[in-house]
Design a binder for this molecule. Structure first.
Ligand code: XMP
Length: 323
């Protein structure tokens, strides 16, 4: 579409003008938003861009390897930071969803700053923030930006909870776009379809898909359950039919039976939704055989889990994520 190619040209030009001869770091998550931001900046300022990928230990199975592979072309302009222990330590005992988001958001910025400092003077921090992130975080926005929401629904970690003393200036070229527009822009930029079609994944990662404290064991359970949900969706050829599909680990335990024995295991919820922009969503009418395979694999392959439920709540009144 001509509108998107115009947007692309204008943004590249605007980024060039704003960044000038300065340097910029970008937090790469492997998702569509930050990937498009990386590609835009790569066009605009080339080697004055450095991408930092933080492995916070809250990622999906295989994600670190995928990102390394997809962005290998960046060479030493891609820095992968192993911050798993730091994030886990920072989340110890935290149950409140907003507190999780706040701590993760703060740790992210700190890690960026530390890494950026190693690069020498860096003036700008780029982020792939979208319009819905801005509205739902109740972010006051920049002058002339979108109107603030009446109240904070969730502070998306890439908008809410930024430390007041942050040393870098924010660059958010996607701030006025919706997800479908970002995907269009991604095509315009020539990014691979596999990357463009990826489901959204929240910045705070699996931490907001564990109701209750984030611990090595709960992470391992939810990560495996998530991988099973995605594998079965893919196998059924339904990946592109839904906006998102994932598993949530609850602290609830229920009684079950295995062989002759009683079990007392955790409850996992499967969530799959359709949506255009993430602002509203409908629960996906997944075929029963697909749901059945997900449930039997999750209970069969994860010893701690003995029950699976399917979430049939739309947004509103639910949100897509459970926290
Ligand atoms: P909710 O749960 O608010 O989510 O209905 C709407 C969409 O946003 C994603 N999401 C996030 N994305 N940082 C992000 O970049 C976040 O903190 C965050 N929280 C939720 C969510 O996965 C869904 O696609």
């Amino acid at each position: 579409l001509w509108q998107m190619s115009t947007f692309l040209e204008n943004q590249v030009e605007a980024l060039r003008r704003r960044i000038g001869q300065e340097r910029v770091v970008l937090g790469l998550s492997g998702g569509v938003d930050s990937s498009v931001t990386a590609a835009l900046l790569d066009r605009a300022v080339g080697d004055r861009l450095t991408c930092i990928f933080v492995d916070h230990g809250l990622l999906r199975e295989g994600e670190v390897e995928e990102v390394r592979e997809a962005f290998a072309f960046l060479g030493d302009r891609l820095v992968v930071v192993d911050a798993r222990e730091r994030f886990l330590a920072g989340l110890e005992g935290v149950v409140d969803p907003e507190e999780k988001r706040r701590r993760i958001g703060n740790a992210f910025i700190r890690v960026f700053e530390e890494e950026a400092r190693k690069l020498g003077p860096v003036r700008f921090l780029a982020q792939g923030t979208l319009y819905p992130d801005v509205i739902e975080s109740g972010d006051p926005g920049q002058a002339g930006g979108p109107a603030p929401a009446a109240s904070v629904i969730k502070s998306h970690h890439n908008v809410g909870g930024l430390p007041a003393d942050m040393a870098m200036e924010l660059v958010e070229p996607l701030r006025e776009l919706f997800k479908d527009e970002v995907r269009e822009l991604a095509r315009e930029l020539g990014l691979p379809q596999r990357l463009i079609g990826r489901h959204p994944f929240p910045g705070p990662g699996l931490a907001v898909r564990i109701l209750g404290p984030v611990e090595p064991q709960s992470l391992q359970i939810v990560r495996r359950a998530d991988a099973i949900v995605r594998e079965e969706l893919e196998r059924a050829g339904l990946h592109d039919e839904v906006w998102q599909a994932f598993a949530v680990l609850t602290p609830l335990r229920t009684v079950g039976v295995m062989g002759d024995g009683r079990t007392y295991g955790y409850l996992v919820a499967v969530r799959a939704v359709t949506s255009v922009d993430g602002m509203t969503a409908d629960w996906a009418r997944l075929p029963h055989p697909v749901l059945e395979r997900m449930a039997s694999r999750i209970t069969g392959e994860i010893a701690e889990v003995n029950r699976v439920v399917y979430d049939i709540t739309s947004k509103p009144p639910g949100t897509i994520e459970w926290e």
